[in-house]
Design a protein around this ligand. Sequence first.
Ligand code: FAD
Length: 361
Amino acid sequence: MTSEQSVPVVIIGAGQAGLSVAYYLRRFELVSGRDFVMFDRGPDAGGAWQHRWDSLRLGTAHHVNDLPGMAELGISFDTADRSLPAKDVVADYYRRYEEHFELHVERPVSVTSVFNRRADLVVASTSPERGERETSARLLVNATGTWGAPFVPYYPGAHTFAGRHVHTAQYRSAQEFAGQRVVVVGGGTSAIGFLLELENVAAELTWASRRPIDWVHTEELDLEGASAAVAAQDEAARSGRALPSIVSGTGVPVSRRIAAGIERGLLVTRPIFTAIEPNGVRWSDGSFTEADAIIWASGFRPELRHLAPLKLREKAGGLTVGAGASWTDPRIFLAGYGPQASTIGANRAGRMIARQIVALL
Ligand code: FAD
């Protein structure tokens, strides 16, 4: 197949990171709207947020930062209606952002691989409207987030479990677990959110975590303030190692709702089980808990499968990335990777990466 189109820059992903890069590319005015194309496989605006469960609200635990320039429209997440699902609030916000700044996103377009063909970087994609096609680019911004790469740790016997394994990415609502015995795995705010929702819905609830919870006594965590966690992510990215879990560096904020949950004995973890059996989980002391479902709030990994032909992955398990740029291939940028994996980090990625792109073009 020959490339249908040749452009200076392709951006894959129109979440907070991709939109922020696009905004700065336009704002610096050195790149016109025609000089980059943005592909997103989602059906609508909203990045990964559009796929999150209905009961999730903005600011449940972490601060959500506004996209750069949004103040111009007089819209802010800080004043958004917190009674509405986060998925709808964010989708509406991103949609208005795209319209106002004329950031044209081609969707749904799914990038299947990125590879070299002689001196060209080729982005292969597929979409219901245009089928399979190839786009040549001088530079690539990968802003694909993590939602498409859920992580479930291995435990012996996992495949023998007769109940349901449900990852955060598949969670829809507490009602699905009505009357069931549920084990929730994970040490972050998603696990806690599920436990609070399931409290009066599930028949039995057990919380298991690989690490003791590091409670932080603040209502809402601003990920920018979590400098040690951001530094640990940056260090891992610069040395090409697999990224550490964010929550291991930030701790978990104790909102009033969470404090009350701890107080009444709901939010108490057990050290993770050692094995999974057909009817439940086995603990290290030999005791057994019956379960109908295991909810894996065990996190995500960067979604990078489509970049495999470029061979960017290091033996240490990660990509070598500094200031949003691949150190293995200077044509590739990774927005939202490692230290940029928060809404404030994604915003910063935009400015940092757009500057480098403008210098290269
Ligand atoms: P995403 O929003 O995931 O966007 C990536 C986009 O890439 C998606 O639209 C996807 O469709 C597209 N894409 C992926 N692969 C392809 C492909 N192959 N082809 C085409 N398109 C593709 N951060 C905060 O700062 N505050 C919070 O309160 C907060 N809450 C969170 C709650 C949950 C449950 C989770 C999982 C994360 C949360 N985060 C939060 C982290 C937050 O989601 C991110 O920091 C930020 O929104 C991610 O933006 P992004 O653009 O990197 O990724």
